[in-house]
Design a binder for this molecule. Structure first.
Ligand code: CA
Length: 229
């Protein structure tokens, strides 16, 4: 899951990015409105956390431009402004949630999870695919009730594919989901993740198909596999 954090207070941004990173999110930090606007237009995010008081383009302007482009990425406003009319105004501009600073990290993370779940049309935080179960809150996977040993990136790739069962995703989409700006990406990194995931999943009948020239998809397990749960 990739999050854009828009916050001009460098210390706060750093602390939040670190905490969210430890929870398994990939976080890009934008320190001003113009950068946020450009990234939102050109990158794929699962959520944006947006401050209102920003240099250059104001947070409300960023939000307005985002919604004017008909982009649906969920937006959580995190602002020191607590006036009722301000909260109403940005919610009406298309924000999905509003938290007033200072915020408890546990609450911020719970709201982040809820917004992402809702955006993906999956109110249940668990994904069940045949003998495979993914806990999107705890970020763990089980095969037949046995915990799967996955690295953070393998987990992210699996979650990305599992949320799009039977839908082809291309390498670019996977790379965008797995890497933030700070990472060096090699072209065959995705292939390596997929290959390692296959090794771990295929004994349980969970299959990741390659569609030549297009990408990959996780195949919906057959009924017979479901019966073994
Ligand atoms: Ca600010």
């Amino acid at each position: 899951m990739r999050i854009l954090l828009v916050e001009d207070d460098a210390l706060l941004a750093d602390g939040l990015a670190r905490a969210l990173g430890q929870s398994g999110y990939l976080v890009d930090v934008a320190g001003d409105g113009k950068t946020a606007d450009t990234w939102l237009e050109n990158e794929t995010y699962d959520l944006a956390i947006l401050d209102l008081g920003l240099p250059g383009l104001d947070g409300a302007d960023v939000l307005q431009r985002l919604r004017a482009r008909r982009q649906r990425v969920p937006v959580l406003i995190l602002s020191a402004r607590e006036a009722l009319e301000e909260r109403v105004r940005v919610l009406d501009l298309g924000a999905d949630d509003y938290l007033v600073k200072p915020v408890a990290l546990a609450e911020l993370e719970a709201r982040v999870r809820a917004l992402i779940r809702r955006a993906q049309g999956a109110p249940d935080p668990a994904i069940r695919l045949g003998r495979l179960t993914l806990d999107t809150v705890g970020k763990r996977a089980w095969l037949d009730g046995e915990a799967l040993d996955l690295t953070a990136r393998e987990w992210a790739a699996l979650e990305f594919l599992a949320q799009r069962v039977n839908r082809i995703v291309n390498k670019d989409q996977i790379m965008q989901a797995l890497y933030s700006w700070e990472d060096e990406i090699t072209p065959n990194a995705v292939e390596k993740f997929i290959s390692r995931l296959r090794t771990k999943l295929e004994p349980a009948g969970i299959v990741i198909r390659t569609v030549r020239g297009l990408g990959y998809y996780l195949e919906k397990p057959h009924k017979a596999d479901n019966a073994q749960v």
